[in-house]
Design a protein around this ligand. Structure first.
Ligand code: F6P
Length: 470
């Protein structure tokens, strides 16, 4: 561990990288140019980019489950990408359904137009779609989305209590189709339809769709096969927003918006695969996170967007990084003794200034921080935007200085400026963090795609539920 609070910008002239409408500035990271160069060399020595490309080509990277991790195929425009055909067939079905719902050809069982969609799902089957909907909901709004995730009756009542079953579609999203919370919420939604007289198979067919890898899911839910949109074992739940898990987004925002979101992510995939390490945004984020975690021993990483639209990206990133990298055992069973993935947290930066920034700036911990803002406003209130961005830029500096002159406690800040938040730049932004996450798994020697601790908790809860119910 070093106590030197040197900024990268003190020793390196070019600290800004850009791609896909995003500008990353790393000048306030705490390392010297020589140290940064040695990180870049490490990336080259361990074949970091090559490993990512092999993942995209279908190499089995999830050793514990013997699976590929091909979320990049869900957004690829390259006909050579693995599973290109089947991905396109499913996407076309999603687009056809969404168009029919949006233009009024698809009506509810009682002949009424659909106005609302409930996403019934949790974890990766909720967080991606929720974050994207929150970011883009003003674009092309036609249908409202609601997210029934936790197994909490209050949440269910708040959603079901205000919606009309005759004008509502439910998309039950669960890769495994066995997640207890989702199955219980699905039952509640079925009861809700039944009490509105929507109970026969032909009626339910108009209102309930399943997104799952389980082939018998429709039979279990008394639905025809056409009402299931597949996700596949080769897509991890927390990487799945780009495929059928995005169905509610396609219905709510329209196929064109979703296609643009996918295209932005595909552009980031290409940037990742085609840029040398020095100019590569995901490589840079991964190396700095690795440095901050293992060398500077910063246990946590804070994401601070200065934009209402990006508020829920924090929760999405939290699952993505922490479920992927919150591990300390390598696939071969050996134990890692250094720090591994950081705890990810954060919030809307401007609100957080009045909450936890005191701790961030003057507390006795050190944190790595990504501070994000959009150069163009997503609204017409120019002065609001000016003040918000002034806050973001001021905090980028404030968070690396201290009230007390101490060389021991210091933060490391990167800034990401998004020129304009569009479906494309949002896709690129989220794909950037996906690549960061899987690259970090390579650097730590971890499997990013399993979640044994979560599975253990699920097993304990199943046992306890049986005991409590008896
Ligand atoms: O939280 C554990 C987890 O397995 C996540 O990885 C996953 O995104 C979530 O549960 C939901 O799983 P499913 O889509 O199978 O219901």
């Amino acid at each position: 561990m070093t106590n030197s609070p040197v900024f990268l910008s003190e020793t390196r002239s070019n600290c800004e990288l850009s791609a896909c409408g995003l500008k990353l500035n790393i000048g306030r990271q705490r390392l010297t140019e020589a140290e940064f160069e040695s990180l870049l060399q490490k990336a080259k020595d361990c074949g970091l980019l090559d490993r990512q490309i092999k993942m995209m080509q279908g190499e089995v990277v999830n050793a514990s489950e013997n699976r590929q991790a091909l979320h990049t195929s869900l957004r690829s425009e390259d006909p050579q990408a693995p599973h290109f055909q089947e991905v396109n067939i499913t996407r076309q079905r999603m687009y056809d359904l969404a168009r029919a719902v949006r233009n009024g050809q698809w009506l509810g069982a009682t002949g009424k137009r659909i106005t609302d969609v409930i996403n019934v799902g949790i974890g990766g089957s909720e967080m991606g779609p929720h974050a994207v909907y929150h970011a883009l909901r003003e674009i092309n709004p036609a249908i409202k989305l609601h997210f029934l995730s936790a197994v909490d009756g209050v949440l269910a009542d708040r959603i079901l209590g205000v919606l009309n079953p005759e004008t509502t579609i439910a998309v039950i999203s669960s890769k495994s189709f066995s997640t207890r919370e989702t199955m219980l919420n699905a039952e509640l939604v079925y009861d809700w339809y039944q009490s509105a007289g929507i109970q026969e198979k032909e009626q339910l067919t108009k209102h309930v769709f399943l997104v799952s890898a389980k082939e018998t899911a429709c039979a279990e839910m008394n639905l025809p096969e056409e009402n299931r949109f597949p996700i596949w074992s080769w897509v991890g739940g927390r990487f799945s927003v780009w495929g059928a898990i995005g169905l509610p987004l396609v219905i709510a925002l329209g196929p064109e918006v979703f296609a643009a979101f996918l295209y932005g992510a595909y552009e980031m995939d290409r940037h990742m695969a085609e840029s040398r390490e020095e100019a590569n945004l995901p490589v840079t984020l991964a190396l700095l996170s690795y440095w901050n975690s293992t060398h500077l021993e910063m246990g946590s990483h804070c994401l601070l967007p200065y934009d209402e639209r990006l508020r829920l990206v924090v929760a999405w990133l939290q699952q993505l990084e922490m479920e992927s990298l919150g591990k300390s055992i390598r696939p071969d069973g050996t134990v890692i003794t250094t720090r591994t993935g950081q705890a990810v947290w954060g919030g809307f930066g401007n609100e957080a200034q009045h909450s936890f920034y005191q701790w961030l700036r003057d507390g006795s911990s050190r944190t790595s921080i990504d501070l994000v803002w959009c150069e163009e406003a997503g609204h017409k209130h120019a002065h609001h935007h000016l003040v918000l961005n002034a806050n973001a830029q001021a905090q980028a500096q404030a968070l690396v200085t201290r009230q007390t002159p101490s060389e021991v406690f210091f933060n490391a800040v990167s800034t990401i400026r998004i020129h304009r938040l569009t479906p494309e730049t949002l896709g690129a932004f989220m794909a950037l963090y996906e690549h960061k996450t899987t690259m970090l798994a390579t650097l730590y020697g971890l499997n990013a795609f399993d979640q044994p601790a979560v599975e253990y908790g699920k097993k304990l809860c199943r046992e306890l539920e049986i005991r409590l119910a008896s």
